[in-house]
Design a binder for this molecule. Structure first.
Ligand SMILES: Nc1ncnc2c1ncn2[C@@H]1O[C@H](COP(=O)(O)OP(=O)(O)O)[C@@H](O)[C@H]1O
Ligand SMILES: [Mg+2]
Ligand SMILES: [Zn+2]
Length: 271
């Protein structure tokens, strides 16, 4: 290879450097570096990669690991596609870009509550209208607690469980798998609880899950737009409001409100 302007100049008293290697990342020449060996012997050390290419390689590796971890968490927690990619950091950044003023403040408060949740109370009860970001906050909370605590977790969309259980409750069915996962995992998310009527079997299951969580001090995250009456009706418990009462006892109620993200994004404020 021809020596060019990038060539290493030999300092006075040094032998001529050998020709460059080819960087394994950018495939451009990478020149040897001068080092002093034993007894001050001056020599050139061939380099397989540029220092900046090596740093970039490290960053790429770390990003790959993070991505793989997020994917694994998504699979394990049964999160719907796309929802495993959320983090508190990303949710904040995107909300900041979409929402303004008081509307942003209305979102930021529950965001903070979720981020600071662990250890403060056994569970969180996120309530508020549709489209304000409850599910995304639940996913951030689930994913980040699984990562930080190395505890298992599972996401259950209750209306989906209700629909699946009507199809089949046989061993290996989706409904059965979801229910079994809930029994084994440390952190459980019940999303859209009390929204629409669920069958008796699922209602009984939910009631037992909430009782069990309360009894054993296990964490529970709930998302809903239902009030007390609707939730009790959905769970076939119009008289006693048992699930509702227990949820209020073990969970910190957090109101999520403000403008729906979809409406804001349709306005074209976004991008
Ligand atoms: N912090 C956020 N930044 C950007 N988009 C968001 C954010 N939170 C939610 N969204 C988007 O808004 C929509 C509604 O959010 P979702 O969490 O499903 O609301 P909810 O559960 O309250 O009905 C989804 O398309 C979601 O991707
Ligand atoms: Mg939701
Ligand atoms: Zn390079």
């Amino acid at each position: 290879m021809k020596r060019d302007a990038m060539a290493q100049k030999a300092p006075p008293g040094w032998p001529e450097p050998p020709p460059p290697e080819i960087c394994r990342r950018c495939h451009k020449p990478v020149w040897p570096v001068p080092i002093k060996g034993l007894q001050q012997i001056k020599k050139w050390l061939p380099q397989g990669i540029h220092p900046e290419c090596s740093e970039a390689e490290q960053r790429e590796k770390q990003a790959q690991v993070r991505h793989a971890e997020a994917m694994a968490a998504t699979m394990e927690a049964n999160l719907p596609a796309g929802l495993g990619q959320w983090s508190f950091e990303r949710a904040y950044r995107e909300a900041r870009a979409i929402k303004q003023g008081e509307d942003f403040a209305l979102w930021e408060r529950p965001w903070q509550e979720c981020r600071d949740w662990l250890g403060l109370k056994q569970g969180l009860f996120l309530h508020g209208p549709t489209g304000v970001g409850k599910t995304v906050l639940l996913c951030c909370t689930l994913a980040e607690n699984m990562r930080a605590e190395e505890e298992s977790g599972v996401y259950v969309h209750v209306p989906t469980l209700a629909r699946e259980s009507a199809k089949s409750m046989a061993k290996g069915s989706r409904a059965r798998n979801m229910m079994e996962a809930v029994e084994r995992r440390h952190l459980v998310v019940l999303d859209d609880l009390g929204v629409g009527k669920v069958g008796l079997r699922v209602a009984r299951f939910i009631t037992e899950v909430v009782d069990e969580r309360m009894r054993r001090g296990l964490p529970l995250l709930v998302g809903t737009n239902a009030g007390e009456k609707e939730m009790s009706a959905s769970l076939h418990d119009k008289k006693h409001h048992r699930v509702w009462d227990r949820l209020q006892r073990i969970c910190k109620a957090v109101r999520v409100e403000g403008l729906a993200f979809s409406a804001l994004m349709a306005e074209g404020d976004w991008e």
